[in-house]
Design a binder for this molecule. Structure first.
Ligand SMILES: [Zn+2]
Length: 74
């Protein structure tokens, strides 16, 4: 069995996508952005716009001293 090297198709590692921030061709180093600056801009967008963490209500421990008459402490 002899396998022929396929030379009809160039092997693409990743499809080129434009930078989501400015639309320039993205760099592999800053994928999917074109530069560290655009990555930073995108990060700030997230932090500024959609940074929403649901507030967790801490249970109130005021009821800790509940009247428990069933104690048999001497
Ligand atoms: Zn960019």
């Amino acid at each position: 069995m002899t396998q022929k090297p396929k030379s009809d198709k160039p092997v693409r590692l990743r499809p080129r996508r434009p930078c989501p921030v400015c639309g320039s061709p993205s760099q592999q180093k800053y994928h999917p952005f074109c530069s560290a600056r655009c990555a930073d801009i995108d990060l700030h967008r997230w932090l500024g716009g959609q940074y929403a963490i649901p507030a967790v209500d801490v249970p109130d421990f005021a009821d800790a001293g509940e009247s428990n008459d069933g104690r048999d402490e001497t």
